[in-house]
Design a protein around this ligand. Structure first.
Ligand SMILES: [Fe+2]
Ligand SMILES: [Fe+2]
Length: 470
C-alpha cells in the first residue's frame, strides 16, 4: 500500500516531492484555491471547529480519520487508489493492451474535455451549497454539509492534479479557469446545467446529494474503467468519499419521510404543513425535479461522443468486468423515440448507446434508495409510495427534451403540460412553504420540526454530540 506524505504542504501519495516542477505548479495553485474557498466556500464556517473526516491513507481504514478541524485549515490532498500491477485496458479498440501511464497524443483533447467537465462539478456544488449552514436543521446536519463541502474541494484537487501533471500549459490554464467560473453566473457559468441551479434549502440539498451526487458516482465508476491509469486510480479513491454524500442524501430524505409520517399519525385529519412537516406530495415533487435534472447529466441517449469515449478506451461501462463482450461492436440497444405522437422502438448501435446504458445502472440504483423510503412508509403504516418519474419526464437534454411527457412517460401536448406541471414539480407556493421551514437549529441534540433525527450519529457518536463548535 502506498503511504501518504501528510507533512507535505500538499498531502499526497504520489511522491510529489520527487517532481519539483509539478510540486511548484500545485503550490502556486494552492493559494488561489484557498482564496476561492474563502470567497465562495461555506458561509459561517471560517473560524469554527468541525468534526471532520480526513484521509490519512488510501486503504480501507486509513481514509476515515475523525477530528475537529477548522475548515480553511483542512488538509486537502492528492490521493490515488493503489495501482493494479500490470493493469490492462478493459474495453474498446485497445482492449487487452497495457493501461496508459501517460496520455496518448491522439486522445489528449478528449481526455482533457472529460476531466475538465468532471472537475467543474466539484467546486460548483460547493458554491451552490454555500449558504446552507444558515438554516441547518441540526448540528449533525451542518457537520455533514461541511464534510460534503470539503470533500468536493478535495475532488477538485484530484482533477487539478491530473490537469497539472499530464496536460502541461493547457492543463494549468484549465485549472485556473476552474476557479474563475461560478455556479449560476450569467457570464461565467459552470459547465453543466444542474450545477447552476441554486441549492438554497435543505430539501434540495438532500435531493441533490441523493440524485446528483449519484450521477457523480456513475461518472466516476465509468472513468475508473479508463485506460488512462492515473484517471482510473484518482476516480477509484474519489468513489470512497462519494459514498458518504449519497448516504447524506438518502438518509436525509428518509428522515423527512419519517417525520411526516409521525405528524400524519398524530394529526390524521390535518395537513402536515399545519404542524411544520413536509407533506408527501411535496416531497414527491422535489424527487421529480432533482431526479429529472440529474438524468440529464448523463448526456444524450444516442451519442457519437459516448461511442468515441468507449472506442478509445477512455470511458467504460459500469463494472466493465461483468460484461461478456468488451468491444461492443455488435448488437444494438433499443431506444424508444417519439414519432408523430407515438413511441417507436429504434435500434441504436451499442457504442452509441453508452450514455443510456450507464443511465440504466443509475436508474436501478436510485430505485433501491426509493425502496428504502417506501419501507419507512410501510413501517409507519402510511399508505403512500414515492415513485421515480419516468426517465422521459421533464428532460432538458437528449431526445426527450423536445417534447413533454407525464411522470409515467406518456407524451403530452404543450397545453396539458402547462396546465398540469404544477402538480408534478415544485411550484412557487411549495417553494415558499419549504423556505418558511428553513430556520437554523444549533443546540446539540435539537432538531427542526420537518425532519427526524438520524438513527445514529457520526463515527459512533450520538446525535447530541457537538459536531460543530459554534
Ligand atoms: Fe465530488
Ligand atoms: Fe459528491
Amino acid at each position: 500500500m502506498s503511504s501518504v506524505d501528510l507533512n507535505a504542504r500538499i498531502p499526497n501519495n504520489v511522491d510529489l516531492k520527487t517532481d519539483k516542477k509539478l510540486q511548484r505548479a500545485l503550490e502556486k495553485w494552492l493559494p488561489c484555491y484557498q482564496s476561492w474557498w474563502g470567497e465562495v466556500g461555506p458561509e459561517l464556517a471560517a473560524d469554527k471547529e468541525v468534526y471532520l473526516r480526513t484521509a490519512v491513507a488510501v486503504d480501507k481504514d486509513g481514509w476515515a480519520h475523525f477530528d475537529y478541524v477548522k475548515m480553511p485549515e483542512y488538509r486537502w490532498g492528492i490521493l490515488l487508489a493503489d495501482a493494479v500491477p500490470d493493469r490492462k485496458i478493459g474495453f474498446g479498440d485497445h482492449y487487452g493492451e497495457p493501461a496508459w501511464q501517460e496520455i496518448p497524443g491522439e486522445y489528449r483533447n478528449m481526455l482533457r474535455r472529460i476531466i475538465v467537465t468532471q472537475a467543474d462539478t466539484e467546486p460548483a456544488s460547493v458554491e451552490q451549497q454555500r449558504l446552507l449552514a444558515r438554516t441547518a436543521p441540526s448540528l449533525y446536519d451542518m457537520r455533514n454539509l461541511f464534510q460534503v463541502n470539503v470533500e468536493e474541494g478535495r475532488h477538485l484537487w484530484a482533477m487539478v492534479y491530473l490537469l497539472h501533471g499530464y496536460f502541461g500549459r493547457d492543463g494549468r490554464e484549465e485549472a485556473e479557469e476552474l476557479l474563475e467560473r461560478r455556479s449560476g453566473n450569467a457570464d461565467k457559468p459552470r459547465i453543466l446545467g444542474a450545477f447552476n441551479a441554486p441549492i438554497s434549502d435543505w430539501v434540495s440539498f438532500f435531493m441533490f446529494t441523493m440524485f446528483t451526487d449519484r450521477d457523480g458516482k456513475y461518472q466516476l465508476l465509468s472513468l475508473a474503467e479508463s485506460g488512462f491509469d492515473p484517471l482510473s486510480r484518482t476516480c477509484r479513491f474519489m468513489l470512497t468519499e462519494e459514498a458518504h454524500h449519497m448516504f447524506v442524501g438518502e438518509t436525509g430524505v428518509r428522515r423527512m419521510v419519517k417525520r411526516t409520517c409521525e405528524v400524519m399519525k398524530e394529526f390524521p385529519d390535518a395537513d402536515p404543513r399545519e404542524h411544520g412537516a413536509i407533506d408527501l406530495a411535496t416531497l414527491q415533487k422535489y424527487v421529480n425535479f432533482w431526479y429529472s435534472i440529474s438524468l440529464d447529466l448523463f448526456g444524450g441517449e444516442v451519442s457519437s461522443n459516448a461511442a468515441d469515449y468507449f472506442a478509445s478506451g477512455i470511458k467504460g461501462r459500469y463494472r466493465e468486468e461483468r460484461q461478456e463482450d468488451h468491444l461492443a461492436l455488435e448488437g444494438c440497444y433499443v431506444v424508444p423515440q417519439l414519432r408523430d405522437g407515438k413511441m417507436v422502438d429504434v435500434e441504436v448501435p451499442l457504442r452509441n448507446a453508452m450514455n443510456e446504458i450507464l443511465r440504466d445502472s443509475y436508474v436501478d440504483d436510485n430505485q433501491r434508495g426509493v425502496d428504502q423510503w417506501n419501507k419507512t412508509l410501510t413501517q409507519e403504516g402510511i399508505d403512500f409510495k414515492i415513485e421515480l418519474p419516468h426517465r422521459r419526464f421533464n428532460r432538458q437534454i437528449g431526445i426527450y427534451s423536445d417534447a413533454e411527457f407525464d411522470p409515467k412517460g406518456n407524451p403530452l401536448d404543450a397545453a396539458t403540460w402547462a396546465s398540469r406541471k404544477d402538480e408534478w414539480l415544485p411550484n412557487e407556493k411549495d417553494r415558499e412553504y419549504i423556505d418558511s421551514l428553513m430556520k437554523r437549529v444549533v443546540e446539540p441534540g435539537k432538531i427542526a420540526s420537518w425532519i427526524a433525527p438520524p438513527i445514529r450519529g457520526i463515527n459512533g457518536n450520538d446525535f447530541d454530540f457537538e459536531y460543530v463548535r459554534l
